[in-house]
Ligand binder design. Structure first.
Ligand SMILES: [Zn+2]
Length: 82
């Protein structure tokens, strides 16, 4: 039964060799620096003047984002005559 033991040892060696190779091939992953504030740091475009503002600082009215109260009062920009 010596063959079986040698097979197990060989299998273990191959297993550790593959693990070592995978570790070497994998590039070091930089730890993502995502804070709790970064999640809500998405940009929204003002429906009136087209300026980009952080979504959490924008004024939302009727599913539209506005940069200021003034833009919100004017409403979404209409195409055509202006
Ligand atoms: Zn605006």
């Amino acid at each position: 039964m010596m063959g079986l033991i040698r097979l197990i040892i060989l299998g273990a060696l191959i297993y550790f060799a593959i693990r070592w190779i995978i570790n070497k091939l994998k590039p070091p992953q930089p730890s993502p620096q995502v804070g709790p504030e970064a999640q809500s740091d998405r940009l929204a475009q003002c429906a009136q003047c087209g300026v980009w503002i952080p979504q959490r600082r924008s004024i939302q009215r009727a599913d539209q984002h506005y940069c200021t109260e003034r833009c919100a009062d004017l409403g979404p920009k209409h195409g055509g005559d202006g």
